[in-house]
Design a protein around this ligand. Structure first.
Ligand code: SAM
Length: 294
């Protein structure tokens, strides 16, 4: 269940959150040297994790998936407010350490936590009740594929609040017609409506990344009504943006088999063959996929 505003947490919650000194001490204790390849930038700012929880609007009925709990900064902020947190962590040392950290900082909440060690892009099922929300500070190098994989795998996810690189936040939330509208914007639109939900500076992390971050909120909506399977629609999107400066007639000729076949599919879908992919919404991509020549 979604509440429009989460009440301010009890001030006692603050003592459960990780301070900058806690984060460094935990990393030291577990021998964690943050790596760029795994996007390991840990949040050291109480205000940021509390803000993420507040903007996510999660409440006592929510089963939250968190990707990349790291040392537990966001996990500890989430646990007091929700029914369960299922945390998927690829780094075995971090996955192993997390229950102990939660037991130390919030012993009464450790029963609400399930840690799933592994790659969030490869999970095929999750233990426990169906998740209702994804709330995460995503690893930046894989944020879009992780998001798309979990939206597809977990139809019960109603809402998502993720922190991603600012530029990626712009791309996910872009609407047709602009220069930054592209594959992430169109594919995410298959599942959800997206909006920017705030900016976050780089200094809230240890180590600080070279870029600022942005919050993105997604709200699940019905998939476009089309007879074409999602994979086919995504093939059209990939082809349209692989050569985004070309007309759709040219860009989709490989997908359709020839330029005349692409033109026929576009006309049947009510799309101008001289248009470019950046002008199309998800419904139009779905209509084109539906008219793929036999
Ligand atoms: C940006 S850090 C966020 C850590 C923590 N949530 C925080 O806010 O301090 C990203 C985390 O994702 C983990 N990670 C990276 N790639 C992953 C993947 N494919 N699946 C699951 N976790 C991943 C990293 O090990 C790291 O803990």
């Amino acid at each position: 269940m979604w509440v429009t505003q989460t009440p301010e947490p009890d001030p006692a919650d603050r003592s459960r959150l990780l301070t900058p000194a806690d984060v460094r001490a935990l990393a030291e204790r577990f021998g964690i040297r943050p790596t760029k390849t795994l996007g390991q930038n840990f949040v050291i700012d109480h205000g940021t994790v509390r803000r993420i929880v507040r903007v996510a609007g999660v409440g006592a009925d929510d089963v939250v998936v968190e990707v990349g709990p790291g040392l537990g900064s966001l996990t500890l902020a989430l646990l007091p407010h929700v029914r369960r947190v299922t945390a998927i962590e690829i780094d075995p040392a971090l996955a192993e350490a997390l229950p102990g950290t939660v037991a130390d900082h919030a012993p009464d909440l450790v029963d609400r936590l399930t840690v799933v060690p592994g790659d969030a892009m490869r999970v095929t099922e999750l233990p426990g009740p169906a998740p209702t929300a994804l709330v995460a500070n995503l690893p930046y190098n894989v944020s879009v594929p992780v998001l798309l994989h979990l939206l597809e795998l977990l139809p019960s996810l109603e809402r998502v609040l993720v922190m991603v690189q600012a530029e990626v936040a712009d791309r996910i939330t872009a609407t047709p017609g602009g220069r930054i509208y592209g594959v992430p914007s169109a594919k995410v639109a298959w599942y959800a409506s997206a909006r920017r939900a705030g900016a976050v500076g780089r200094n809230v992390f240890w180590p600080a990344p070279n870029v600022d971050s942005g919050l993105v909120e997604l709200v699940r909506r019905p998939e476009p009504s089309t007879k074409a399977p999602r994979r086919e629609v995504f093939k059209v999107i990939d082809a349209a943006f692989a050569q985004r400066r070309k007309t759709l007639r040219a860009a989709l000729s490989g997908w359709a088999g020839s330029a005349p076949a692409a033109e026929a599919a576009l006309r049947a879908a009510g799309v101008q063959p001289s248009a470019r992919g950046e002008s199309l919404g998800i419904e139009e991509f779905a209509a084109i996929a539906e008219h793929r020549p036999e």
